[in-house]
Design a binder for this molecule. Structure first.
Ligand code: ATP
Length: 294
């Protein structure tokens, strides 16, 4: 089995459910509060491990109570946390207010994630030995770029989720094999709302792109061939949180097993469709036995 290295964030999501989000200076009484392990890196690691991948998480948690909860959550999913360092201070947190219309407002405090400015010898060795590297943009750019460049040097395939969306340095893009933005990120990166047009622009920088389109599915585009639209399975969505990370983590497992991109995308789409039918983020990610044949 090909090992998947994930360099990314580990956050505790602190979620308040309210009828209406408060305005500036206002206090409202909410309905419910939940503490949910999150962070795009950790979510992709959990999704990949549940889908049957051998996963190594590289990142950091704090010395607070959340740090040990976040580590345990990853270990429970079967993720190797030896390179998830514990650093003095608080863990990353995301403070999320969800209103009755399902709209949310989020403040992310990076905490320990902000300390990951370099891979370190252990991280470098793990990336070099991996079959696949998963990156997102919730850690300092210096570490993300170093990981991508290390992977390129060692011939390790790199998948980048450009979230939260921001300008991407060429030193990073040069080393990315597959870019997976959602449609909003693709539009922000290229200035084109239309996914085919956005994909053509992105293909100038990277050899392969998957633009995820929510319930419409995703568009796969590779240099030198016609883009292909993969419709998502028609399901009743109850909570789409974590769908994108489920898609990426599961796709990585299929690619690591040597499956061609179209087959891997179809499998990842069925996993993401299962995720949206259940509440929660990491808690709703499906296990391999549930996903069906790849
Ligand atoms: P999120 O931030 O909610 O985790 P995202 O914005 O990163 O998601 P999306 O494009 O919304 O990414 O969704 C990722 C994938 O999940 C889609 O390509 C699709 O396969 C699946 N998906 C999302 N929403 C639905 C839905 N309502 N029904 C079926 N599949 C869905």
């Amino acid at each position: 089995m090909t090992a998947i290295a994930v360099l990314g964030s580990t956050n505790m999501d602190l979620v308040a459910y309210v009828a209406r989000a408060p305005g500036r200076g206002e206090t409202v009484t909410g309905r419910e509060f939940r503490t949910v392990p999150g962070g795009k890196g950790a979510n992709q690691a959990v999704a990949a491990a549940r889908a049957g991948g051998e996963v190594v998480m590289i990142g950091a948690v704090g010395t607070d109570e959340y740090g040990s909860l976040l580590r345990t959550n990853l270990e429970h999913a079967g993720v190797d946390t030896e390179l998830l360092h514990t650093v003095a201070g608080p863990s990353g947190t995301a403070h999320i207010v969800v209103d009755d219309e399902g709209a949310n407002a989020i403040v992310v405090i990076p905490g320990a994630n902000g300390s990951v400015t370099a891979l370190g010898p252990g991280g470098q060795a793990a990336v070099a030995a991996a079959g696949l590297l998963l990156l997102q943009l919730e850690l300092p750019m210096a570490a993300v770029t170093e990981a991508a460049r290390t992977a390129k040097t060692h011939g390790v395939r790199t998948i980048l989720t450009p979230s939260p969306v921001q300008p991407l340095p060429s030193g990073l893009l040069d080393a990315v094999d597959l870019l997976i933005p959602n449609e909003h990120e693709a539009a922000a990166l290229t200035g084109y709302e239309e996914p085919h047009a956005a994909a053509q622009i992105l293909l100038r920088e990277v050899p392969e792109v998957v633009i995820t389109l929510g319930r419409k599915g995703c568009l796969y585009a590779a240099r030198g061939s016609e883009p292909v639209l993969f419709p998502a399975p028609e399901v009743t969505a109850v909570d789409t949180t974590g769908a994108g990370d489920t898609f990426v983590g599961t796709l990585a497992v299929a690619l690591g097993e040597g499956r061609a991109v179209p087959e891997a995308v179809a499998w990842a789409s069925s996993a993401a469709a299962l995720c949206v039918q259940r509440p929660g983020a990491s808690t709703s990610m499906p296990y391999r036995s549930e996903i069906g044949a790849a």
